[in-house]
Design a protein. Structure first.
Lengths: 503, 500, 98
């Protein structure tokens, strides 16, 4: 057993070739071949039927929405869409697979020969990389195994396993890259940027919720190393890479490990490896020396898929703007930088900000509400920001009230507090809670006089020209009016009262 | 109507009319058949499971509906036996295999659903070669079925139970399935009528698959008209089967009523007679051809040269598909689990389960199919066989350019003796030589009895083959020939079967 | 076609998850050989320009709408299972991961 070699050192001696296989669970209402629902987290084996349990005699019928989704994915990845192709059976025995074959595609994938241009952030600025896509094909997911007894939770050492087939038969799209060469030390970052871009595309297409933590986007990373000028090396396939950060770490860990193996004069074994989030290393799974013979053949229970060219063009016309292009456009329109844009994207509020701007709100205000107040509340409630009971129109209305002076910032927050609590529209909350800026000059002047009387020394300071001392009086007035005054106005009235100008 | 002993000898059409007219109740008819089963099935062993209570309840429901003045379907109240390869809710479905012993599906096959919907009374499930692999019903894990004409002989297979149930008057109707002849060959050797509908004409949903691209359920009856009536009940588009044909079915009942071959061109397939065919089979076949000419058909000889390769292609395609279709019987979700001592791995338990649960013929075909699909052999075997399939389709297409239907003997021999070929797979496979081309091409065929072979006194079947979606032509020819033979004999051939 | 060896039969049996005993291995080795020789005639006729037929009917694009249909109850799904625990199918230990 040789030790890994540090990354920079590994890259001095070897060139990496990477390949990525990404599985995306489609967000269809029903499974690929039956009408069972696909929701996550249901009681085990309550979303199954004769078809997805593979009961004798049952037959599959393909989900039209899934076929449409995969074609849109293929088009978004610049693929050619097959004029005629078939589903195949991939035969192997495994208890999470009800039929002991997986309906998948073999030599006739629906989408082939695409590419995706990605931007990889580096210390020297962004680098453009084109990732060639080999194929995008349709298949069905397996059930979920839980390992029990013995060394609980792990497959090795478990006494037995339990199977829940709720996930079995959910439509899966597999996206396979061609080997990515020449990225050198950027390989881990390229892998990450590619998966991130894919995830954004899936989201923009609305075909999947692409939640890596729930397994609706899963990535396998193939890595091999060779010395410059030599043919490609033997590759390993790292599974279980379940976050963007892990994609990058796993590729890096494999480069370091394989460099150590090769440097020690040993050979890399072609095998499946597992990435461990906790330790950041990969460990061997099953060796592919005795590769399973999958005995693929065309699925006789399904008829061929032959998408008409008209339909393909119709679907092409529905493609959304590329997420990276859209982000650049919006950033320019809103006058914000990469960091601010990344904040919005990471908070999952980009669409909401865009919709709010479209409702007439200034970009800065729209961003402020969504990435501040609403993101915080969404996190507290553990919901998607889009599911909060506040609409772009509500924000538009509140901003209108602020502009007219009817609300100040603090009151506006209270209005949204009410809206988020389900108390109604902003106007209803304003009315019900009695929220309005106190704009009656006489009431404000009375409060100012009271504050001045309480703090005569401060009053004297201001009179003598130390205008910055006005804050204490303004604060006291705001407190006395429970925030319902316009602080600017209070200050102006105060200075006027004391006969000093705001120099 | 007549006493119970006579009830069981009536055709389904006659029984349905009598029930509809109130001359007899469905309960009486059903009871008569249940009694007949009690009387003879210990010798015939056509049934694996009899559901007397369920049958009588279904019969009562029809009787109540009639009393209420509801419109009844054309076969309402008539009993039927269903091959144990179709999923039935509330009844076991074993496919003749130990691996599914006691399994009760939580759903009905579409065919079964349509039978129930039409008020047809399900008596029970019939015996079959395990997973429909065989031509003699000797490969059933539950013991063989016996031919009612001679209890020492095979009833054909794989649907020997369905054919024997009909031939022994235990049921006027039965459902069979035909992957390479499993409806037609049993019909031929039991003196009954069997139809393999056009592929896609009858839903496969709930039919436990042997070879998905070949399997088709169809009627087993004593008359051509009964077959047409049953065909029209079970046929038609089913959205749960992707291979189900959406176009409407031809009117097979009207065709059976017309029973007319005048002006029809009938092709005699050169490759499906002669060498390998029993003399008495050929003799009765030739006589039937003469009758068809007398009836006004023009009979010509046609050649389908690639039929010679059909058997070989079939025994590559079928095992390949079946090796995959039968993978799911692994002891994890239903059926038998063997060898699970708490220590063995899932792979070991699956292997021990399948070893214990499957019979020799099933294992043989799984092994053959695993080989034919394995890497390095796929192109040479499965790929080539699929090309032969294209050639056979072309042969049919060329033949149907010249003629309206094709005919041949259904099986090369009459019923052989139990045990005679059970250990000789190749000899067994030859039984299907005349029936297989139709399955490979996906078109339709019917077998009807045309007499007894002089040398052994056993029934001989004639096969009519028609293009896909032209199932009505089977009934035009079948009903015409049946009528002429009945006129000649004064009764149906089946009336000559031993009383048991 | 060359004769099928006992080793090949053992490999096939493993692929097919059949725990064949030694007698069966010998038996099937001989029988598969005979059967394959007799069916190998298919290779005589199928020329390169003949397209394979995988489906006997010329249907394409058969799909269903993405509408939820009732599932089985958990009790129905598990009713025939040889072993059950916590609403799941209980299966023997898995030695290696796919
Ligand atoms: Mg895959
Ligand atoms: Zn389902």
């Amino acid at each position: 057993m040789t030790d890994p070699i540090p990354f920079d050192q590994a890259l001095q001696a070897f060139e990496p070739v990477i390949g990525l296989e990404v599985h995306v669970e489609l967000g269809t209402n029903t499974k690929m071949f039956c009408g069972c629902p696909t929701g996550f987290g249901a009681e085990p084996n309550t979303q199954t039927c004769p078809v997805c349990l593979g009961l004798p005699g049952s037959l599959p019928v393909a989900n039209a929405q899934a076929i449409e989704s995969i074609i849109r994915i293929g088009l978004a990845l610049n693929c050619d869409i097959a004029e005629w192709c078939r589903m195949s059976r991939k035969n192997y025995f495994y208890p999470d697979m009800p039929k002991d074959y997986q309906v998948s595609q073999y030599d006739e994938p629906i989408c082939v020969d695409g590419h995706l241009d990605i931007t990889v952030p580096t210390d020297d600025g962004p680098v453009e990389v084109r990732i060639d896509i080999e194929r995008v094909h349709m298949e069905e997911d397996t059930g979920k195994l839980t390992h029990a007894g013995g060394d609980t939770g792990r497959i090795h050492g478990a006494d037995y396993s339990l199977v829940d087939y709720n996930r079995a038969g959910i439509p899966l799209v597999e996206i396979v890259t061609k080997p990515v060469v020449g990225t050198g030390r950027l390989a881990p970052a390229v892998a990450r940027a590619y998966v991130a871009e894919l995830r954004d595309i899936m989201r923009a297409l609305g075909v999947s919720d692409v939640k890596m933590e729930e397994g609706s986007l899963r990535c396998d990373a193939n890595v091999s190393l060779n010395r410059p000028g030599d043919p490609w090396g033997t590759r390993s396939e790292t599974k279980n890479v379940n976050s963007l950060r892990s994609v990058e770490r796993a590729v890096r860990a494999e480069i370091e490990r394989q460099a150590g193996v090769l440097d020690g004069g040993e050979r890399v074994v072609q095998e499946t490896r597992h990435f461990h989030e906790d330790t950041g290393v990969t460990t061997p799974g099953r060796s592919k020396e005795h590769a399973e013979d999958y005995r693929y053949f065309p699925e006789p229970d399904l008829v061929p898929i032959a998408p008409s060219r008209e339909w393909v063009e119709e679907l092409r016309a529905t493609l959304p703007e590329r997420p990276s292009v859209r982000r650049a456009r919006l950033a320019a329109e809103w006058g914000i930088g990469d960091f601010e844009m990344a904040t919005l994207v990471n908070a999952g509020v980009l669409d909401l900000v865009e919709a709010t701007v479209a409702a007439g709100v200034a970009p800065d205000a729209a961003r402020k509400w969504w990435s501040g107040e609403f993101t915080r509340v969404a996190n507290e409630r553990d919901v998607d920001p889009a599911d909060l009971p506040v609409t772009p129109a509500d924000i538009g209305r509140v901003e209108e009230l602020i502009a007219s002076g009817a609300l100040n910032d603090k009151l506006a927050r209270q209005v949204f507090e009410g809206v988020l609590a389900g108390e109604g529209t902003p106007d209803e909350v304003v009315a019900a809670r009695g929220l309005a800026v106190v704009s009656d000059d006489s009431a404000l002047l009375a409060a100012i006089d009271a504050a001045l009387a309480e703090q005569p020394d401060v009053a004297e300071k201001i009179r003598s020209g130390k205008v910055q001392a006005a804050g204490a009086i303004v604060g006291a007035v705001m407190k006395a009016t429970r925030g319902q005054a316009d602080a600017g106005k209070v200050r102006a009235l105060l200075l006027e009262r004391l006969g000093v100008s705001d120099a | 109507m007549s006493p119970a002993a006579d009830l069981v000898r009536q055709s389904a059409a006659v029984l349905a009319e009598a029930i509809a007219a109130g001359e007899v109740s469905s309960r009486e008819v059903t009871q008569a058949h249940l009694e007949r089963i009690v009387d003879v099935d210990d010798r015939v062993h056509a049934f694996l499971h009899v559901d007397a209570q369920g049958a009588l309840e279904a019969a009562d429901a029809v009787d109540r509906a009639r009393a209420a003045g509801d419109a009844l379907g054309p076969l309402a109240g008539v009993p039927i036996a269903v091959k144990d390869v179709l999923a039935t809710r509330g009844m076991p479905t074993t496919c003749g295999s130990r691996i599914l012993e006691g399994w009760q599906p939580p759903y009905d096959a579409t065919v079964v659903e349509r039978l129930r919907g039409a008020g047809i009374v399900i008596l029970g499930k019939t015996n079959m070669d395990e997973f429909a692999m065989g031509s003699s019903t000797e490969h059933s894990a539950y013991g063989p079925t016996h031919n009612p004409w001679d209890l020492t002989r095979i009833p054909g297979g794989s649907g020997g139970g369905s054919a024997a149930a009909v031939a022994s008057f235990e049921s006027p109707l039965a459902i069979g399935t035909d992957t390479g002849g499993s409806i037609r060959q049993p019909a031929a050797v039991t003196g009954t009528v069997g139809v393999k509908p056009t592929y896609g004409g009858v839903s496969r949903y709930g039919l436990v698959a042997l070879a998905s691209s070949l399997d088709q359920a169809g009627p087993c009856t004593r008359t051509v008209m009964d077959a047409a009536l049953l065909h029209s009940v079970i046929g038609g588009h089913d959205p749960r089967d992707s291979t189900s044909i959406p176009e409407p079915m031809p009117d097979v009942v009207a065709a059976a009523q017309r029973a007319d071959v005048r002006g029809m061109r009938i092709g005699l397939v050169r490759e499906l007679s002669g060498e390998g065919y029993q003399a008495g089979v050929l003799q009765r076949f030739t006589e039937a051809v003469a009758i068809l000419e007398d009836l006004g058909a023009e009979v010509v000889e046609v050649s389908c040269p690639h039929f010679d390769y059909a058997l070989g292609a079939y025994y590559l395609i079928l095992p390949s598909e079946c090796s995959s279709n039968l993978a799911r019987f692994d002891g994890m979700r239903y059926g038998l689990r063997a060898g699970d001592n708490g220590d063995r791995s899932v792979e070991e338990v699956m292997s021990l389960t399948r070893e214990a649960g499957f019979g020799a013929e099933v294992k043989r075909r799984i092994m053959l199919g695993t080989y034919a699909l394995s890497s390095g052999y796929y192109d040479a075997y499965y790929g080539q066989a699929q090309k032969v399939r294209t050639l056979i389709q072309r042969d049919f297409a060329a033949a149907f350019d010249q003629v309206d239907v094709l005919i041949s003997p259904t099986a090369p021999t009459t019923a052989f003796r139990l045990g005679e070929k059970v250990d000789d797979p190749l000899a067994m496979y030859l039984n299907d030589v005349a029936t297989i081309p139709v399955n490979l091409a996906g078109n339709c065929a019917l077998s009807l009895p045309v007499g007894l072979a002089p040398e052994d006194g056993l029934p001989v079947g004639l096969q009519v083959m028609a293009p896909a979606l032209a199932d009505d032509r089977l009934y035009l020819v079948g009903a015409a020939l049946e009528g002429a033979l009945r006129d000649r004999w004064g009764h149906l051939l089946i009336e000559e079967a031993p009383a048991l | 076609m060359s004769a099928i060896t006992r080793g090949e039969v053992a490999h096939l049996a493993r692929l097919a998850r059949l725990a064949l005993d030694d007698d069966e291995l010998d038996h099937y080795a001989a029988q598969l050989d005979v059967i394959l020789q007799s069916v190998a005639r298919v290779t005589e006729v199928a020329a390169d320009d003949i397209p394979p037929t995988s489906h006997p009917v010329p249907l394409v694009n058969v799909y269903r709408d993405d509408e939820v249909r009732p599932s089985l109850a958990q009790s129905e799904a598990l009713a025939a299972a040889p072993a059950v625990e916590d609403g799941r199918f209980r299966v023997p230990r898995i030695l290696d991961e796919e």
